[in-house]
Design a protein around this ligand. Structure first.
Ligand code: ZN
Length: 310
């Protein structure tokens, strides 16, 4: 069993409209935009990152807004719900805020003994807030949400799978342990993680497969401290039979990707070098940042990418 993985690093999804997406995460959820760059593999599209003050791994939601892309269809073989952690007793604040802001899909739930508020993202993305009294992470407090109520980072993601068995085995190999179960959902967690420590696996044998589109999660990334530990994880996965990509430089972290048995794309990303690599923490996310290979596109991109608030 591996011990290099320390919880989630980021979750990356598809969106239909950059401005709407930016408004939802920075204003409605009070997250900080920590990076405004482009999709390194499709540079005419933004890659927007939202998280806490520094974009700490375990807090970072990222989007590829493809203008006018069709909506995804939720199903199995994907991340069903991305769950943020908020302080105990704050769901009333959030519910009122969401009603006032016209956020849809609101549903109060209780899962594994915790109070939760499900809500839909800007393209119908599956999200929830959960009250987690044990979470000690500091929130981004300058996003318009009082520090006592603000989001702490991710709590978990839930994987919706036809048959969760093989993915559960994989997660156990990656260092996760089953800590609870409820109906068809198995809850796994990693010890000594960064706070975003939980993965729920829901098995839905008769549900249709998901179609990727706006509002779909593209991949979920797990955090390792550095490149040395990433190479250890890569070797262990390859030795176990997984087809893993080479290490790819994403400027703010190094990434490897592999497809899991249940169909979800996993990434393992390093905590180094971080989002302050090319701009001061005080000004994260303000300027359009381009990787070296796309610098020559700057005049075109500055003219053609949608202008964003903030
Ligand atoms: Zn990623």
């Amino acid at each position: 069993m591996l011990d290099q993985i320390k919880g989630l690093h980021h979750v990356t999804s598809m969106a239909s409209d950059a401005r709407q997406n930016n408004d939802f995460f920075t204003r409605k959820l009070g997250q900080r935009r920590v990076k405004k760059t482009v999709n390194f593999d499709a540079p005419d599209v933004y890659h927007l990152y939202y998280g806490d003050e520094a974009g700490t791994p375990g807090s970072v939601m990222t989007y590829f807004p493809f203008p006018h892309i069709g909506k995804g269809r939720h199903g199995v073989g994907e991340v069903g719900t991305t769950v943020y952690s908020v302080p105990e007793g704050t769901l009333g604040y959030w519910e009122k805020r969401f009603v006032d802001e016209g956020v849809t899909g609101l549903l109060r739930e209780e899962t594994f003994g915790d109070r939760r508020l499900a809500f839909a993202g800007p393209d119908g993305d599956g999200f929830a807030l959960v009250e987690d009294k044990a979470d000690t992470r500091a929130p981004w407090a300058k996003g318009g949400i009082p520090a006592d109520e603000a989001i702490r980072g991710f709590h978990s993601v839930s994987l919706r799978l036809k048959d969760g068995g093989a993915t559960e085995e994989l997660l156990k190999f990656m260092g996760y342990e089953e800590i609870d179960k409820s109906g068809t959902i198995r809850r796994l967690a990693v010890k000594n993680g960064n706070g975003a420590d939980v993965i729920d696996i829901e098995s839905l044998p008769t549900a249709p497969f998901a179609d990727l589109g706006a509002g779909s999660v593209h991949h979920v990334a797990f955090a390792v401290e550095d490149r040395a530990r990433q190479l250890e994880v890569r070797k262990a996965l390859i030795d176990t039979g997984y087809g893993v990509t080479p290490v790819i430089d994403r400027d703010y972290f190094w990434a490897i990707y592999f497809r899991t048995p249940g169909g979800v794309l996993f990434e393992v990303a390093t905590n180094e070098p971080g989002f302050d690599r090319d701009e001061d923490t005080a000004h994260l996310g303000e300027a359009l940042k381009l990787p070296m290979q796309h610098q020559h596109l700057r005049p075109y991109l500055e003219q053609h990418l949608q202008k964003l608030e903030g």
